[in-house]
Structure formats: structure tokens, C-alpha cells
Design a protein around this ligand. Structure first.
Ligand code: 5RP
Length: 220
């Protein structure tokens, strides 16, 4: 039986078919994306640069010699490759397990195609079993936490963790997200929330799911 990490690696390898010949890529964050970055080494000579969603991915890209570009300097991006914590059949996602959700959401919004790579354990019917990450301005943490309780969730402060943007994260347990678009809008509208880790307004366009039977390509 393949381990979750083998399946992540297979999904990451499958994403190479989408990025060959594309000069500027959006690159996400996480262990699945780390495999993807390793595969990029094979084609790095053809890559003009990458827009990175975290300091961690930036460091890995730079180590390979791939230039990291400022989103402000490149305009819209052709392809964004990133992982997810949960994926539903509408290709809506929960992201932010690694805390990079804000930059990830910005790059996803600025990209023409979002290719999501993940192992099969991430595929669910309903989002919410994975605690929903919410990036908050530090002074608003308790206020936002109280609003999460009103929405039926159980917020937990990711203590000691500071995002690349200098903010904090609440991980909200016990939400059954039946209407992801509405929930994304509701949480985004709470003062003090920087970004909620629901990616439903801008879902993935393609999911490459590593399974024990091979990589499944899921589109709408
Ligand atoms: C980081 C993310 C990651 O894409 C998500 O947590 C999945 O991570 P992994 O590939 O390690 O399972 O959203 O903020």
C-alpha cells in the first residue's frame, strides 16, 4: 500500500504535464508542493520565475535557482499549483493547514488555472472535518473567536504561530460547511479576519488526486 506521502508525490509529478512550457508559475505551500518544487528542478532552465505563496516555498525555489517574482510585477499568472487540506466534489477547498492561506488565496485569484494536487485522503463529501484556518489581525483574535462560536464552531488559537504576514491563526473545529460560498463570505466579512481558508468563490479548476490506483484527474 502506498503511503500518503507517495500519493502526494504522484499527484505532484502529474502536475508537471500542466506546467511544461509555461514561463511563470504560481507555486503554493506544503508537503505536496515541496514534491512539486523538487520536480521543477528538471525543467528549471525553461522557467522564467515563480510567484511563491510563502517564505518556505520561496526558500526552496531559490535553492533550486528558480527566480521568485513579485506578483505586482507579473500580472495574471497562467497556472497556479497548490495543495489542499480538504477537497469536495465541487472542487471547493479548505486550505491553510500550513498557515499560508492569505498569499495562496491571492495567487489563486490572480491565476487563470488552479491545479490542486493532493492525496486521496483529502477528498471529502462535505468540508469541515479539517479544522478551518482563519488568519486574523492579532488584536481581533478573541473577538473573531467569539463570532466563530456563534457560527457553531470551536475555535482554537494556533499558539506560537505567526503567519508570513505577521498575523495569527484560529483553527475552527466542528463546522459542517454545507454552503461553502456563503460561509466564506460570512467569515470574510467579520472585522479582523484577514482570510478564511475556504476556497469556494475561487475553487480549483483541476484536482490531481493521488490514489492507490493512480492519479485521478477531477474537473467540473
Ligand atoms: C498551506 C496549505 C497546504 O496546501 C495544505 O495545508 C496541504 O498541505 P500538505 O500538502 O502538506 O498536505 O494550504 O497553507
Amino acid at each position: 500500500m502506498s503511503s500518503a506521502d507517495d500519493l502526494k508525490r504522484k499527484a505532484a509529478e502529474a502536475a508537471m504535464d500542466y506546467v511544461r512550457g509555461i514561463p511563470i508559475l504560481g507555486v503554493g505551500t506544503g508537503s505536496t508542493v515541496n514534491h512539486f518544487i523538487d520536480f521543477l528542478a528538471d525543467i528549471k532552465a525553461d522557467i522564467e520565475g515563480a510567484v511563491s505563496s510563502s517564505e518556505c516555498s520561496t526558500e526552496r525555489l531559490k535553492k533550486l535557482g528558480i527566480p521568485v517574482l513579485d506578483l505586482n510585477a507579473v500580472g495574471d499568472i497562467e497556472i497556479y499549483v497548490d495543495g489542499a487540506d480538504e477537497i469536495n466534489p465541487r472542487l471547493q477547498l479548505i486550505k491553510g493547514g500550513g498557515g499560508a492561506l492569505t498569499r495562496e488565496k491571492i495567487i489563486a485569484a490572480a491565476s487563470r488555472k488552479f491545479v490542486c494536487i493532493a492525496d486521496e485522503g483529502k477528498y471529502v463529501d462535505v468540508l469541515g472535518r479539517f479544522p478551518l484556518p482563519v488568519e486574523v489581525i492579532p488584536m481581533a483574535r478573541s473577538y473573531v473567536a467569539r463570532q466563530m462560536v456563534k457560527l457553531g464552531g470551536q475555535p482554537e488559537w494556533r499558539e506560537g504561530f505567526i503567519t508570513d504576514n505577521g498575523n495569527e491563526i484560529l483553527d475552527v473545529h466542528n463546522l459542517e460547511i454545507m454552503q461553502p460560498i456563503e460561509m466564506e463570505q460570512t467569515i470574510n466579512n467579520i472585522p479582523g479576519v484577514v482570510t478564511v481558508g475556504i476556497f469556494a468563490l475561487r475553487p480549483a479548476d483541476v484536482v490531481l488526486l493521488g490514489t492507490s490506483e493512480g492519479v485521478k484527474t477531477i474537473t467540473l
